[in-house]
Design a protein around this ligand. Structure first.
Ligand code: SF4
Ligand code: SF4
Length: 104
C-alpha cells in the first residue's frame, strides 16, 4: 500500500514504524458497517462477499485514536495497549515542541 504524504509521519516519526491500527475479530464482526462509515480516515473497507469489515489502510489510522473500538457494539475491534503510545510519546519527546504560550 502506498501511503500518502499526509499520513507518512506522526509527530516526525515515520508512520510505518508505529504499531497502531485496529484489528478486527472476524468471528465477532457482523458486518454492520459502522466502522466503515464512521472512520474519518478511510481505514476500513467492506468485503461484500464475506459481509464483514476489513482493515484496508492500517497506517492511515490516527495514532492513539480508538473511536471505532467504542462504536463497535459487537466488540470486534481491538487495539494495542494505549500505554504503548504514551511510552512512544515519552521516548520521542513528541510534546516538547508545544507552544505553551498558546495553550490558554
Ligand atoms: S463496527 Fe464492528 S461489527 Fe460492525 S462492521 Fe465494524 S467491526 Fe464489524
Ligand atoms: S481509531 Fe480512529 S482513525 Fe483509527 S480506524 Fe478507528 S476511527 Fe479510524
Amino acid at each position: 500500500m502506498s501511503l500518502s504524504e499526509k499520513f507518512a509521519e506522526w509527530k516526525g516519526i515515520p508512520r510505518e514504524e508505529i504499531d497502531w491500527n485496529p484489528t478486527i475479530d472476524k468471528d465477532k464482526c457482523v458486518g454492520c458497517g459502522m466502522c466503515v462509515s464512521s472512520c474519518g480516515r478511510d481505514v476500513f473497507d467492506y468485503d461484500p462477499d464475506e459481509e464483514k469489515a476489513v482493515v484496508a489502510k492500517p497506517l492511515q489510522c490516527m495514532v492513539g485514536c480508538t473511536s471505532c473500538e467504542t462504536w463497535c457494539i459487537y466488540e470486534a475491534i481491538s487495539f494495542p495497549d494505549p500505554e504503548y503510545v504514551k511510552e512512544l510519546m515519552k521516548e520521542e519527546k513528541v510534546l516538547s515542541d508545544i507552544d505553551k504560550e498558546n495553550l490558554s
